[in-house]
Design a protein around this ligand. Structure first.
Ligand SMILES: Cc1ncc(COP(=O)(O)O)c(C=O)c1O
Length: 433
């Protein structure tokens, strides 16, 4: 029996089924390649879900972690503060443009950053309401799943959600939801469910991740900024998937020019080590009193060392520009494919930089979702040696998240495999029809 199959059996007997996922058991990984337990090589177009932006085991990141491990691995910042944590906060404060003086707090997971941003907004405003958006993904804790704008599977069976969380529509030009439609939905909530003066925060992904790589129209983000300013609401941009050079800018909101009060970061921040951050206006970040924020592992020294190295690598290797070039290569290839006769199932190609996706539909008129086709493409790509992921509220979107350090040869090889997988899946469909 293959090692992968044996591990799958052991997993079924030992691991909670709620922790679902792929069946490729990883033995080792380097930059954009990984090898499974049976020694098979794969190209990784997921980057651990937008985490390994600097590739698997970037030498500079590994060296920084090894050096830190020689000094100390854990103190708990509340007990034993250290310079690299302070330096990372200084750097993050300089990277996030809120238009004012910034402060930062380091946490461990993405959802923890989101929860802490909400705590800061509540402490600053003295209000409790939060408005998130349909299709959003903000994590799996009780508050995180409540903020997430997709019920199944994230909320299934988990009982009552925390109070005062509302979901306004997120624009989706592909499916005919305009900025005006979305803002009308928000105004309806403010008219019928909660008065604006009880709303502490809007939390929004400038480019939705799990929701299907839906790019928020710039006029929508600008309108949220204006409404937030008018009513004293804290505007939070969740940059956990789209941030850290992924879209060709350090933060995905920079494409729009709209500034947040608070930004949440995680994933790509520490190149695979668990670290997240809330960065934003000093008066909001500093609203909770001493002892109100933090955690035993928050700002772990190894992860902080990795993050400082990741920021160096992004600068030294010009990874924002590289992300833009990767995105162009992917878009060009997908567009050529979508324009071929017989490939009408590719209904939309979207994203920024190296955060690109394509949406699969039954036909371009009805735009009915084709989730089976998305699954088939993902499975066929895997058979061919390419790891990719689906996403989307209709589960019909395939997303591509290469490391930003991917060599051209690996990028082209992966795109060839993707093209083969799409061609085979669509060909199978037309045979069945
Ligand atoms: C936009 C966004 N916010 C929050 C999260 C939650 O992050 P974590 O899984 O690290 O808790 C994710 C994870 O995919 C995400 O994409």
């Amino acid at each position: 029996m293959s090692q992968n199959k044996e591990l799958a059996q052991r997993r079924a007997a030992a691991v909670a089924r709620g922790v679902a996922g792929k069946g490729i058991y990883v033995a080792r990984a380097q930059n954009s390649e990984l090898w499974d337990a049976d020694g098979r090589r794969y190209l990784d177009f997921t980057a651990g879900i937008a985490v390994n932006n600097t590739g698997h085991r970037h030498p500079k990141v590994m060296a920084a972690v090894a050096e830190q491990a020689e000094a100390f691995t854990h103190t708990c910042f509340h007990v034993g503060p250290f310079e690299a944590y302070v330096r990372l906060c200084e750097r993050l404060n300089g990277l996030v443009d809120t238009g004012g003086e910034n402060r930062a707090a380091l946490l461990t997971t993405g959802v923890e950053a989101v929860e802490n941003a909400i705590k800061m907004a509540r402490a600053r405003t003295g209000r409790s309401g939060v408005i998130a958006f349909s299709g959003a993904f903000h994590g799996r804790t009780l508050l995180g799943m409540a903020l997430t704008g997709k019920a199944h599977p994230y909320k299934t069976g988990f009982g009552a959600m925390p109070a005062e969380i509302y979901h306004a529509p997120f624009p989706n030009p592909f499916l005919g939801v305009s900025t005006e439609d979305a803002l009308a939905g928000l105004e309806r909530i403010l008219a019928s469910d909660i008065c604006a003066d009880r709303v502490a925060a809007f939390v929004v992904e400038p480019v939705q991740g799990e929701g299907g790589f839906n790019v928020a129209p710039f006029d929508f983000l600008a309108a949220l900024r204006e409404i937030a300013d008018r009513h004293g609401i804290v505007l939070i941009f969740d940059e956990i998937q789209g941030g850290i050079a992924r879209t060709g800018r350090m933060l995905s909101c920079e494409h729009s020019g709209v500034k947040a009060d608070l930004v949440t970061l995680a994933k790509g921040l520490a190149g695979g080590f668990p670290l997240s951050a809330v960065v934003g206006k000093a008066d909001v970040v500093d609203a909770p009193g001493a002892g109100g924020l933090g955690g035993t592992y928050a700002g772990n020294p190894l992860a902080v060392a990795a993050a400082n190295a990741v920021l160096d690598v992004i600068e030294e290797e010009g990874l924002c520009a590289r992300a833009a070039a990767i995105g162009e290569a992917i878009r060009t290839r997908l567009t050529a494919l979508a324009n071929r006769p017989g490939f009408e199932a590719i209904g939309d190609i979207r994203g920024f930089g190296a955060m690109m996706a394509f949406e699969l539909v039954e036909d371009r008129q009805s735009k009915a979702a084709a989730p089976g086709l998305a699954n088939d493409i993902v499975a066929k790509a895997e058979d061919l040696g390419l790891i990719i992921l689906s996403c989307g509220t209709r589960a019909n979107v395939v997303r591509l998240l290469t490391p930003l350090t991917i060599p051209d040869a690996d990028l082209q090889e992966g795109l060839d495999l993707l093209e083969q997988a799409i061609t085979a899946s669509i060909g199978q469909l037309s045979k069945a029809a």
